[in-house]
Design a protein around this ligand. Structure first.
Ligand SMILES: [Zn+2]
Length: 226
């Protein structure tokens, strides 16, 4: 379901709160330079009526973006990015893979992606939301299955006749760590070995013979004189 009209989203929100229906809400700001997606599980996370809509800081004066007679919301790239996040998270939720974002914002001007979980408002205007919250709080909390699934299973082979073992070939050299400045959450796929560990093989010109060795002609001469 996709709608840019707030009253439509409010109606869907009311219906979903009444039915206890999980849904994704998303939107792009009027200036078309920010947007968000939001997973709403009635009672567990904030509904559309729990709080005023969040605005991802654009970092510039919004007045400068508005132009008369131009529908800025038609800017397709921001919508494309937000729609991509929406579909990706819906797939993750439905097919049960990865980590589904509760709230993911997007600021196009600064490439800023705030992520958080919004708790429902106990004094929400929608009474069905408050009712779902009470039901959720009364439920015993399940062990987070996603956390268990996330743990990698250790592969154990009963037999290892040939003594094969996996060796980590990545060398975490001082060189790599000092030259590349990484931001939080980003790691290098592999590290490059320091240049002094590379051995250079020099080719010996084929015509030259080592001093200690005799040439073929010398050997032939020696053979004749015998
Ligand atoms: Zn609510």
């Amino acid at each position: 379901m996709c709608s840019w009209i707030e009253s439509t989203r409010m109606t869907i929100n009311m219906a979903c709160n009444q039915l206890g229906q999980t849904w994704f809400e998303s939107g792009v700001s009027e200036n078309a330079v920010s947007g968000h997606i939001q997973l709403i599980i009635p009672g567990e996370s904030a509904c559309f009526a729990c709080a005023p809509p969040l605005i991802v800081a654009s970092g510039i004066d919004e007045k400068t973006l508005k132009k008369d007679g131009v529908c800025a919301a038609s800017l397709p790239t921001t919508m494309g990015v937000v729609a991509g996040f929406l579909v990706q998270n819906t797939l993750k939720k439905l097919l049960k893979f990865g980590e589904v974002s509760w709230y993911l914002g997007y600021s196009a001007l600064t490439d800023f992606f705030p992520k958080m979980k919004l708790k429902p408002n106990p004094t929400c205007d929608d009474l069905d939301c408050v009712q779902r919250q009470q039901e959720f709080n009364a439920k015993p909390k399940e062990v987070d299955a996603a956390v268990d699934q996330g743990k990698e299973k250790q592969v154990v082979h009963e037999e290892n006749k040939w003594g094969i073992s996996l060796v980590d070939e990545s060398v975490d050299t001082e060189e790599t760590r000092t030259h590349v400045q990484l931001t939080e959450g980003v790691t290098l796929a592999y590290s490059l070995p320091a240049t002094d560990t590379l051995s250079i093989v020099e080719d010996v010109p084929s015509g030259e013979v080592d001093e200690s060795e005799q040439s073929l002609e010398d050997l032939a001469r020696q053979l004749k004189s015998m």
